[in-house]
Design a protein around this ligand. Structure first.
Ligand code: SF4
Length: 130
């Protein structure tokens, strides 16, 4: 699937790029050689693929659920803060999509989904809410 037409794939690619940039500049490694960043990347991509809002999702930062475990949420925020401003020159197209995707302030599918559970209850969000 294309990052141009599939939001989940696009966000997964963006996460990969951001964690890669962070890891290179903080750990001097590529993500595949860094257990910490590999784990973070796998976790973040897994969350995206199990996002209950699918293509109607908002940015994770604006999500009413936020399915990340608290410690990992802080880790990914740190990566985003570092890599977000540095992505523009290296990955302008992904960056433009990132800004555009961030304009959605609440999930589209929220209108047709049951009310989300509280974040603490979503420790192991393993699939879409039916
Ligand atoms: S549920 Fe929220 S935080 Fe989790 S992947 Fe979907 S949009 Fe991101």
């Amino acid at each position: 699937m294309s990052i141009f037409t599939n939001r989940i794939e696009r966000e997964a690619k963006t996460v990969e790029v951001m964690i890669g940039l962070y890891c290179k500049n903080h750990h001097g490694l590529s993500v595949t050689d860094c257990p910490t960043c590999s784990e973070l990347q796998n976790y973040a991509i897994d969350r995206l693929h199990h996002c209950p809002f699918h293509e109607g999702k908002t940015s994770c930062k604006n999500c009413p659920i936020h399915c990340y475990k608290p410690g990992i949420k802080d880790d990914i925020k740190q990566v985003m803060r570092y890599s977000g401003p540095r992505m523009m020159l290296r990955h302008p197209i992904l960056t433009l999509f990132h800004f555009s995707d961030n304009r959605r302030k609440e999930p589209l599918s929220m209108l047709t989904q049951p009310p989300p559970v509280e974040p603490d209850e979503v420790e192991d969000c393993s699939g879409p809410i039916n």
